[in-house]
Design a protein around this ligand. Structure first.
Ligand code: SG4
Ligand code: ZN
Length: 261
């Protein structure tokens, strides 16, 4: 979707030169604080089809900025989708792909911060509003996308094996490999999805379109040190991809909502 951009501090400062939207008032990521968030009596987020195995073949790809699993064909079946929660009534959002942001060290990597904590990794499950035909089409509309943000914290996790074991095959930019086991999206979610934060924001990469309703789960998912280290070996050809997180953006006049039980 975007052309060339880098994550080093001096590179992030130049995003706005090539991508004007990155200078907007509704940018992501942000620092979230539970006590500054507004509690709303929101219904649960309905997460449909997350326990179905995704149609194979599934491809894992190093795109130079991240590592991506595309989910956007689910032959014959409806794609997994979400609705409810903080989302507008009657709007359904289908899964497009998932990708990760991680750090070179455990003290960094997540894009959002929660209560002062930066986690070592954050996974984004990108969903497209069903009324739009494609991801690139959805980028033109304020209600185009919903991204589920999922933090990882260091601890062993079997459900990540199928992705992590293939990372050595996508070490270099544009490497792509077929996953030899299917996965369910549900196995990648936190045990508890009842508590989440939500706010209106943007893509965290150029072109930074302000079309994303963010839903950030409060509960992290475990990942082991050796699994994290496999992400840290991925390269874009010149540098390691690690530290592919955007600097924090101003909340400005925005409100962050929290759903509790
Ligand atoms: C990553 O670079 C993904 O590979 C991109 O996915 C994604 O762009 C981009 O991050 C921004 O997404 O959830 N971090 S984010 O705001 O989903 C889009 C693709 O280019 C448009 C397919
Ligand atoms: Zn992302």
């Amino acid at each position: 979707v975007a052309g060339h951009f880098g994550y080093r501090k001096r590179d992030q400062h130049t995003w706005v030169q090539n991508f004007k939207l990155c200078d907007g008032k509704l940018q992501s990521p942000i620092s979230i604080s539970s006590f500054k968030s507004i509690t709303l009596p929101l219904p649960a987020l309905e997460i449909i089809g997350y326990h179905d195995f995704l149609s194979s073949p599934l491809y894992l790809k190093n795109n130079g900025h991240s590592v991506v699993v595309n989910v956007n064909n689910h032959l014959g079946k409806r794609l997994p989708y979400i609705f409810g929660g903080s989302l507008d009534i009657n709007q359904e959002y289908e899964v497009d792909h998932l990708h990760f942001h991680w750090g070179a060290k455990n003290n960094r990597g997540s894009e959002h911060m929660l209560n002062g904590i930066r986690y070592p990794m954050e996974m984004h499950i990108v969903h497209r509003n069903r009324i739009y035909s494609s991801l690139s089409n959805a980028l033109n509309y304020k209600n185009g996308l919903v991204v589920l943000g999922i933090f990882f914290q260091e601890e062993d996790n079997k459900s990540l094996y199928s992705i992590v074991n293939h990372l050595t095959s996508v070490r270099w930019i544009n490497n792509e490999t077929k996953l030899n086991t299917s996965i369910t999206l549900g196995s990648l979610l936190p045990k508890n999805t009842d508590v989440f934060y939500s706010y209106k924001g943007s893509l965290t990469t150029p072109p930074c379109n302000e079309v994303v309703t963010w839903i950030i789960f409060s509960m992290p998912v475990p990942i082991s040190f050796s699994q994290l280290n496999k992400f840290r070996l991925l390269s874009n050809g010149n540098n390691l991809i690690a530290d592919n997180y955007r600097k924090l953006q101003n909340i400005g006049l925005r409100k962050v909502y929290i759903r509790k039980l």
